[in-house]
Design a protein around this ligand. Sequence first.
Ligand SMILES: NC(=O)C1=CN([C@@H]2O[C@H](COP(=O)(O)OP(=O)(O)OC[C@H]3O[C@@H](n4cnc5c(N)ncnc54)[C@H](OP(=O)(O)O)[C@@H]3O)[C@@H](O)[C@H]2O)C=CC1
Ligand SMILES: CC(C)(CO)C(=O)C(=O)O
Length: 299
Amino acid sequence: MKVGIIGAGSLGLLFAAYLSRAFETIIYTRTPAQAEQINQNGIVLKKGDTVTSTNVQALPISYWKGTETVTVVAVKQYHLQTIIENVNSSAAPNLLFIQNGMGHLKLLEAIKEKNIAVGSVEHGALRENAYTVYHNGEGITNAASYKGTADWLQFLAAKVPNDFPIVIRENYFDMLLKKLIVNAAINPLTAILRVKNGDLIENPYYLQALNNLFEEISDVLRLGDKEAYLQHIHYVCQSTAENRSSMLKDLEAGRITEVDAILGFLLDEAEKLHKQAAQIQALYSLIKGKEQEGRSEKF
Ligand SMILES: NC(=O)C1=CN([C@@H]2O[C@H](COP(=O)(O)OP(=O)(O)OC[C@H]3O[C@@H](n4cnc5c(N)ncnc54)[C@H](OP(=O)(O)O)[C@@H]3O)[C@@H](O)[C@H]2O)C=CC1
Ligand SMILES: CC(C)(CO)C(=O)C(=O)O
């Protein structure tokens, strides 16, 4: 079985480094220069004090025809549009999308007659250079069928290396929702306050803001077992206490964030239910404002 990976960022390189141990793997990069660097150096995986290098074939994205059995789409949510435009005319039979948030679900509707699965990744990864990735948080990949058949996903999950497990979940919506709630509560607050995840539970004022925001999120999503979700958010703050959230890192680097896929999704839900979501709306606008500030500072 051949695996194609679109996007050679943090997760793309991480998936390529591990999956290439079990499958013939090709990674597709945005730029020809990055493909060249990966072909020259292999993919270097750093984990703790261990450094390994694996030869993985890399090609620029213009070469992607979807001829691999499985394509893992490892780009950011806001890169998806152009990829999805090419999926229908490709040969790709089976695709796994591993974006955070839930904003991509409506984009996936445009894909016809393909088997699609979505993933929720609990690893932490950071690309150090064009071909080096640091595996800084060991976790699992949850995956669930979104449409079509799922036999290919079961096969993939059965054959991945033991130290890079894929766990099949029954319900894609619940699976993505659990991660969305965590990202919706932690990411915007840490990004605006410019603090580490752990500060949200250590500072009593930030903790109050976190809990208040969660109340509004749970109201919009009409969550059942609210206490369990809140405890999970506190647990993630504690277990990733030293992390800077991906939204904070995006703003610090002057990049756009995945706020549309996270808070944008919640605002759409609130609108459908004619609910007020003042805190979510305010945070959404603040993050958008910071994105704009970052862009103007660059020029
Ligand atoms: N990193 C992590 O630890 C985790 C990330 N996630 C989620 O995974 C997703 C990916 O995140 P991450 O890997 O960190 O993001 P990165 O920004 O590191 O990587 C995205 C990659 O996609 C590439 N890309 C963009 N457009 C195209 C295109 N048209 N063709 C080919 N490649 C393209 C970018 O290329 P270029 O660099 O040249 O612009 C970049 O290398 C996000 O939704 C994120 O929220 C989830 C859990 C953990
Ligand atoms: C879980 C968390 C909040 C870890 O930082 C994350 O997924 C992110 O930063 O996007």
